[in-house]
Design a protein around this ligand. Sequence first.
Ligand code: GLU
Length: 418
Amino acid sequence: MESLTEGALYRNTLRTLESAGDLIKINANALERLKLPRRAVIVSVPVKMDDGRVQIFPGYRVQHNQTLGPFKGGLRYHQSVNLSEVAALSMLMTFKNSLLGLPLGGAKGGITVNPNLLSMNELEHLTRRFTTELNPFIGPDKDIPAPDVGTDSQTMAWMLDTYSMDSGFSQTGVVTGKPIEIGGSHGRECATGLGVVYTIEKALATRNRKIQDAKIAIQGFGKVGMHVAIEAFALGAKILAVSDVSGAIYHPEGINITQLKKYIDENKVLKGFPNAQGIDGEELLELDVDVLAPCALDGTINSTNVDRIKAPIIVEGANGPVTMNANDELCKKGVLIVPDILANGGGVVVSYFEWVQDIVWLFWQEDEVRQKLKTIMYRSFDTVWNFAQEKQENLRISAMGVSLQRLEKAMKLRGQAW
Ligand code: GLU
């Protein structure tokens, strides 16, 4: 179990779990049960590369808890993926799904690979073989993967196809985040970013501010950050800075996100965008803005840079971008941090909508999806906010507290851990 629990994100998540558990006086057996995942699957994924060599990639699927429903969570392709990180992320999915009131448990998976170094052909083989290795453990009623860092709707399409080949019929509900043409949901692509924007609106409202007058810096311009930028820009916010793997850009009056998106569609990366100045990625995090949205990887705001963070509101688009120590320090200074399990929950909310639509074969329009997502995000924010006011706690512990209350009740009803 040691390699499962030794990573920084796992230890951070355990600390939050223990503090929130103490606060709600959770049953000791339930707490112990939640500290470890139910199952961790490790596989070797052999891929015949384009040059004829066979390369083996380690793959993981960690299923943390299924008290509330089938396991659910994304699959990540990144060179830093390891068992402990995936296990921590699977825990966060359990708490995210519980907090949002979804009938789903928590899981996460990944492959240690830099997807940018693989051709489309190699990526397809990697995904199909990984799906075959996971076949006994996933399924529409068992465990439903979705996109995460380094994976997308095409990855899900290959998974759906491979799983369905084994079943002999089309199993659309085995993954979410699929292309619309094969059972995906309208609004899934932008869902995480849109959910982040809904929570930015709510966070600003607690300080009598509106998104129209807000200056925002966004770290990461991938599946999450790009849509935060697009949706916030559409609402009239000034996006002062954004970054991606190629670097960061800044404009004191705000970047035109429509132009930037067009530039990236043509050039792949934001480096060289003419209507902004290039800055250092670290500088972006330290800008004097109203809202900072870290939307890349975990651990980006930590003890090395926490003293230089100036934003009064931080909304976690990524999973685990602020370490526990940094969180404590910033909260002491009065910074409002909307934690990942609340802020970036929009993705799995619309994944849930997609799964439901696949079960009944009845598909919704985009405005219906957006409206339903807004209702859940606003309601979840209010619940966490009220809990925080009542207990005089920060939003991270409060979000975990609300989530644990629901889980504990369900565990008790099912006779688990008692
Ligand atoms: N990977 C996303 C997350 O971390 C979405 C998971 C899902 O839709 O199942 O929340």
